[in-house]
Design a protein. Sequence first.
Length: 277
Amino acid sequence: MSKIYINPGHGGADSGAVGIGGRQEKDDALRYASVVADKLKAAGHTVELERNADYLINVKDIAKNANLWGADLFIAFHRNAGGGEGAECLIVTGASATSREMAQAIQSALVGVGFRDRGVKVQDRNTYVLSHTTMPATTIECGFVDNAGDNALFDSKFNEIVQGITAAILSIAGGVVPNTVTPPSPSANVPELNRVLKYGCKGGDVRMMQERLNAHKANVGKADGEFGDKTRRGLHAFQQARIHEGRDVGCRYNGNKPDGKCGELTWAILHEPAPGE
């Protein structure tokens, strides 16, 4: 099993971003980082939660501590501010392939629960810790504290968020989040699918898939019947979210990781009632 270093951002005199109603980033960061840390421990990993209360650790010490501890993975937990919307994960120039894979897995999980997709970003400014840790590392920016919609999503979907982040980390570190969800059975009224839908496909079945992805808040834009980059990202996020719920989306040959292709199982789940239907 892996050694995973969890860094809840800010703390003490450093509140981080301050949002609506005085909401402070440092509090939300500790809240969701702590739960993820507990879930990773339950999955059998050795976890170092950098702080478990409201105090500040210097960024140079954070990087030093993670390196000396011999962490295999490093994840910093933050929230954003500045008038934007959505979630993003940060890596630095020269980040390892594992850093990129972990960041993308976490990003897909956050998009899967409803955050606008701001993508995985390469950022070398104000990322001292990511630049000075020696293991694969990423920073999570889980929505904006000065955006009412992001705050509502963070609170109402908190369990799904921490479950999704945990499963994303475990897709890199190994292990499975214990599943407590009893998934509904797919609808019997599922239109027939005659092929696997993948990048580059065109047609009415692709349009129908796009319509169902939009209904499930995967936000692939206009349903134009063309399977392009935005559709692939939306399908990937939808599959990631369903896997986190314990669903079989037909990707077991891919290590039960999203493959961005729509076969019979993903197709059937897409045709289940979406929220509000």
